[in-house]
Design a protein around this ligand. Structure first.
Ligand code: NAI
Length: 244
């Protein structure tokens, strides 16, 4: 507890799923959190649960101007940003035969350009402070590929390349940059799948279960904590060994 006391975090996609679990965990660890999300209702509900420690900002991370505005508003509210969790992400699945250019562009703009926009806007704050933590959400799919996810896999591989490059560029400013690669996590998206598919995923996972959003939130917390101060440029798999 209180591993993130006095820290300020921006969590993109923080209104639901893994991001919401991360907001809850960061608050429990003493951080103040700016929730950046397009889902206004869910974001405001979460803010209402933790009015003293969170603030919701409606922002589409794929738009550079919106991210710059949200950065200014977050700094007005919390003065600084110590931790950036680039967690927002979408899927638009189809095989290459059926995937449209629009599906390709949507996924690239949120999962990849969105990460670039947020790092571009927030890293100067961390450079000025001489410290910071950037954690980017990749996926096992970014390492191994996945049927029907050419667009998504490209972005999640891209996030790994970005994280390693940023770790090299920003290390001299005391900023660590890491990626987390979740396996199958029981968010609403996965829970809505047919039970047969869920059983198949669990069967493929040596630990015999889907991951919980809190499993990923715990990994974010570790990488954001003092304990991880010499870890940078790494890709932390949190997948129950599904990829072995
Ligand atoms: P989710 O769909 O439950 O939550 C994603 C959040 O991002 C939502 O609140 C949504 O409103 C927000 N969002 C979407 N587009 C946005 C935008 N342009 N700007 C700001 N916010 C936006 O998804 P989940 O499952 O929590 O995923 C979180 C991250 O974890 C994503 O990057 C996803 O790719 C990654 N991931 C998830 C896995 C899973 O099994 N659930 C597995 C591997 C990676």
């Amino acid at each position: 507890m209180n591993r993130l006391a006095s820290k300020v975090a921006v969590i993109t996609g923080g209104a639901s799923g893994i991001g919401r679990a991360a907001v809850e965990k960061f608050v429990a660890e003493g951080a103040r959190v700016a929730i950046w999300d397009v889902n206004e209702q869910a974001g405001q509900e979460l803010e209402a649960r933790f009015p003293d420690q969170t603030a919701f900002f409606k922002v589409d991370t794929s738009r550079a101007d919106a991210v710059e505005d949200a950065t200014a508003q977050t700094l007005d509210k919390f003065t600084t940003v110590d931790i950036l969790i680039n967690n927002a992400g979408i899927t638009r699945d189809a095989t290459i035969k059926k995937m449209t250019h629009e599906q390709w562009d949507q996924v690239i703009s949120i999962n990849l350009t969105g990460v670039f926009n947020c790092v571009k806007a927030i890293s100067p704050v961390m450079i000025a402070a001489g410290s910071g933590r950037i954690i980017n959400t990749s996926s096992v799919v970014g390492v191994y590929g996945n049927f029907g996810q050419t667009n998504y896999a490209a972005t999640k591989s891209g996030v790994i390349g970005m994280s390693k490059t940023l770790a090299k560029e920003l290390g001299k400013h005391g900023i660590t940059v890491n990626a987390v690669a979740p396996g199958f996590i029981a968010t609403d998206m996965v829970r809505a799948m047919p039970q047969k598919v869920i059983d198949m995923m669990e069967g493929k996972t040596p630990l015999g279960r889907l991951g919980e959003p809190s499993d990923i939130a715990n990994a974010y917390t570790f990488l954001a904590s003092e304990e991880a101060s010499f870890i940078s440029g790494s890709v932390l798999s949190v997948d129950g060994a599904v990829t072995l």
